[in-house]
Write a protein that binds this ligand. Structure first.
Ligand SMILES: Cc1ncc(C[n+]2csc(CCOP(=O)(O)OP(=O)(O)O)c2C)c(N)n1
Length: 840
């Protein structure tokens, strides 16, 4: 955990002991602990203060009256669970004092602008969804104040993430996009430009600049967001980490994340809880995220009692030792005060902090829903409740007449912008991409993007030497010493190179060239299958040495992290990182490919779709161990079929390298091509160190990755077995056993984009083939069959036989013996002309 830097001073420091020496410590302690339960937090009175015997019984009345003022007003703070006394003290000091009044004119203007915008849309675009912020409009001055405090703390960039509620208002009033651009979304201008693509207006990302009072400019970035609530959380944090890494922002000053949530989503979505857990983990820390709950005490039609078991939606945040500020959304002064406290706390302690702004929702879930059907009583009350600008104008001493005049002026400005939007004929872009994306390409693959990926023997030798040495006096584990010796022999060409070494050589060659490499996953430093050993541990001292970080002077960064045991948040984080570091090779590894479906939302909503929806690219690599080895239904399949159904318009690449050299070329290709596309790699398990998949050193000097790997042993075959992955090696052994000289085994190492020309060229090498077969280990309803088979028939212009396991509800058998029987059947069928079918 980081040590505090400078704790910003409170408005007028008044510690309890200095200012009020006669107060009863026990009573005070009770209020500090439990006062929030009696605070006045809900403008609609739903969160009625909970009677707390501990606050009343045996309390010293004078102290209770004094403490109630600080802890039971419109702010309720949970902080006594924080173990560090200086942090609790920091909060106490600031809570137990009268704050300086905010710039009320500015706060009022922000509320007016927010509510006027919503009202205009309400009248002009009836029936369209906008997810109004009315009821929690104090969010807008709160965000403004957060930016002011960030500027005071020397921030250069703030990354915001949020879902639908109030998003358009944030884009207008905080990010600062011109109103006409936002209205263009309602006008749906230039619809032709997004036929079959694009996204709804309240999901789009936006960038802007905030000019703070102290003269600083803060670059703002609101992250593009899918409907899937909270899925954006780890993506935003990963983006912040990448920006911080890029700026070498070691004390987490320059880039601050602010993530906004709905109360129902905060309480219900597991990915939020996962993301909170990243806060202090090596490789994932960002120096604290400001978490804001835009709390209207309702989720669609569902009430809080059905949404969370605890009293507050924020209770899940108590998994971290961080403060939670609840604040009544109808008291903008208090909201702004809490906003400032939250950012100052983040900067003081590099900690997450939660701001729970409690208000209500003026309309239905969207403006087309009628909430009086499900919450009739509540909505009678809401109907009669004045808008916040009226309440606050009164408090700020602005006459009704003057307030109405200001609102009318804002309305006129927005009306003009709406007129302007009607005249637009091009869809405006709400964002500017950073310069570091200039060099990179998306869209369909073009041959000109191809690069040579081979490297010479001498260079390979040099890299291997760097990878197999360790500092003087470092005590290497004896098994690792033996492994490094073998790797050194591989580098000299005296032993075939295995996957582990191939990967290390790829990484080493890239960092030496200046391409940073970042890899995370569960147990990735050693490698689930004990094949990587990227970090050496001194057996005497526990010290660490990472050879890849010491390849050459001036090399790029090499980072590798054992991640927490999560798929969704970690994959989301790495995707986010890749979005702000296109020059780096960023990889996420699943423990077994099967577990990646725990991150399906990130795969479907971001990795596969972000270019189509938002025009945003990523070069993220997913390493997914895959292969049928008798380890049961959940340790066999990376569910290749899922990725193939997601593939279209060259949105991703799906590869299964059949040997170590292929893996090496594939990783280098991914980093060196200017084409930035997510890459899904099915990686081996038992074959990691198997001599069948090891490669001679010469293959590393070959020009490039082969999308289709021909059979070097058989020309003009009578039978061609086309497959991917481990089964190719087994088919070759079966062929040998049968002494079959007329069967070729060809592997399709790139499945998507399908290398049609290379497949056709390979088939042309076997003009007398009369048995073309697709062979896969997976059941008929899984694997690549559904995708390859029809395309292959079209390409070959003939019937193609298929050999695979019978369709099944689960990917594999739980019995190792049954697995072997099935596997043998597959091999037999592959060599039996005329039989199509399953091996189980
Ligand atoms: C993962 C997921 N499940 C369901 C939905 C459908 N949905 C959209 S908004 C919403 C209610 C959200 O409530 P809350 O988080 O309190 O935010 P609010 O809309 O009240 O601001 C639901 C259930 C969704 N978008 N994402």
């Amino acid at each position: 955990m980081a040590t505090p830097s400078s704790a910003a001073a409170p408005a007028s420091p008044a510690t309890v002991l200095e200012s009020a020496p006669r107060l009863d410590p026990k009573t005070l302690d009770s209020f500090r602990r439990l006062g929030f339960l009696q605070a006045d937090l809900d403008p609609m009175g739903r969160l009625a203060p909970e009677p707390q015997p501990a606050l009343e019984q045996d309390a010293d009345p004078e102290t209770a009256a004094w403490a109630r003022r600080w802890y039971c007003g419109t702010i309720g703070v949970e902080f006594m669970h924080i173990p560090e006394p200086e942090r609790r003290h920091w909060i106490r000091e600031r809570m137990e004092t009268d704050p300086q009044p905010p710039d009320r004119d500015r706060v009022l203007a922000r509320i007016m602008r927010a509510e006027t915008f919503e009202q205009l849309v309400q009248t002009r675009y009836q029936g369209s969804k906008r997810f109004s912020i009315e009821g929690v409009a104090a969010l807008i001055p709160a965000l403004g104040e957060m930016l002011e405090r960030a500027a005071e703390n020397s921030a250069q960039q703030v990354v915001l993430a949020m879902s639908h509620r109030g998003r358009l208002s944030v884009i207008l009033n905080i990010i600062g996009r011109p109103a006409a651009q936002i209205f263009a979304g309602f006008e749906d201008v230039d619809a032709r430009s997004v036929l079959g693509a694009g996204d709804v207006k309240y999901h789009l990302g936006a960038t802007g600049t905030y000019a703070a009072r102290n003269g600083r400019e803060i670059h703002l970035h609101l992250v593009s967001n899918p409907s899937h609530l909270e899925a954006v959380d780890p993506v935003a944090v990963g983006r912040v980490r990448a920006k911080q890494t890029r700026l070498d922002d070691r004390d987490w000053t320059q880039v601050m994340p602010v993530v906004l949530h709905g109360d129902a989503a905060f309480a219900g979505q597991g990915i939020l809880a996962e993301t909170l857990n990243l806060a202090d983990l090596p490789g994932f820390q960002v120096g604290g995220t400001v978490q804001v709950i835009v709390n209207n005490l309702i989720g669609f039609t569902t009430e809080p009692r059905c949404l969370h078991s605890g009293r507050f939606a924020s209770d899940v945040a108590k998994r971290l030792p961080i403060p939670i500020f609840h604040v009544n959304g109808d008291d903008p002064d208090a909201v702004v005060r809490v906003a400032a406290l939250a950012v100052d706390y983040r900067y003081a302690f590099h900690s997450d902090v939660v701001v729970d702004v409690i208000g209500y929702r003026k309309y239905g879930h969207s403006e087309v829903d009628d909430p009086t059907i499900t919450q009739p009583l509540l909505y009678k009350k809401i109907e009669a409740h004045p808008p916040l600008w009226q309440l606050y104008a009164q408090r700020a001493g602005v006459s009704q007449e003057e307030a109405e005049r200001r609102v009318a002026a804002m309305r006129a400005e927005l009306d003009a912008a709406q007129e302007e939007a009607k005249g637009l004929d091009k869809k405006p872009s709400l964002r500017t991409l950073p310069r570091y994306w200039d060099r990179y390409k998306g869209g369909p693959f073009k041959p000109e993007y191809e690069v040579a990926t081979g490297i010479g023997r001498e260079q390979l030798g040099e890299l291997a030497r760097a990878l197999t040495r360790w500092p003087e006096g470092f005590h290497v584990h004896r098994k690792i010493e033996a492994l490094l010796k073998q790797r050194a022999e591989m580098g000299e060409g005296r032993r075939p190179v295995d996957y582990g070494m191939a990967e290390a050589l790829a990484f080493a060659s890239l960092v030496r060239l200046g391409t940073p490499v970042r890899l995370s996953g569960q147990d990735s430093r050693r490698g689930t299958f004990a094949h990587r050993h990227a970090v050496l541990i001194d057996v005497e001292t526990g010290a660490e040495h990472t050879p890849l970080a010491h390849v050459a002077p001036g090399q790029a960064r090499f980072e590798i992290y054992d991640s927490m045991l999560s798929e969704a948040a970690v994959l989301g984080f790495e995707y986010g990182f890749s979005r702000d570091y296109p020059e780096a090779l960023v990889l996420w590894e699943a423990q077994f490919g099967d577990f990646a479906n725990g991150a399906q939302v990130i795969i479907d909503q971001f990795i596969a779709a972000s270019e189509d929806k938002w025009g945003l690219l990523s070069g993220l690599v997913m390493l997914l161990p895959h292969g049928y080895e008798g380890q049961g239904p959940e340790h066999s399949s990376a569910r290749l079929e899922r990725y193939l159904t997601l593939a279209a318009e060259d949105n991703i690449q799906i590869c299964q390298p059949s040997n170590a050299a292929q893996y090496f070329h594939l990783l280098r290709r991914q980093a060196l091509r200017p084409w930035r596309k997510p890459l899904v790699v099915l990686t081996p398990k038992s074959m990691l160190r198997h001599h069948d998949s090891a490669s001679p050193l010469e293959d590393f000097g070959r020009d490039r990755f082969l999308n289709v790997v021909p059979d070097p042993e058989v020309a003009n075959a009578r039978r061609v077995l086309l497959c991917t992955g481990k089964i190719a090696h087994e088919l070759r052994h079966e062929r040998e056993r049968r002494q079959d000289r007329s069967t070729a085994v060809v592997t399709l190492d790139q499945l998507y984009p399908l290398p049609k020309d290379e497949i056709a060229a390979e088939l042309a090498r076997h003009p007398n083939c009369n048995d073309l077969v697709w062979v896969q280990e997976e059941p008929a309803n899984m694997g690549a069959m559904f995708y390859v088979h029809p395309r292959l028939e079209r390409l070959a212009g003939r019937r193609v036989r298929s050999v695979r396991r019978s369709a099944s509800g689960s990917p594999a058998t739980g019995s190792a013996k049954a697995h072997l029987m099935e596997q043998q059947t597959l091999l037999t069928l592959a060599f039996t002309t005329g039989v199509t079918g399953g091996g189980a």
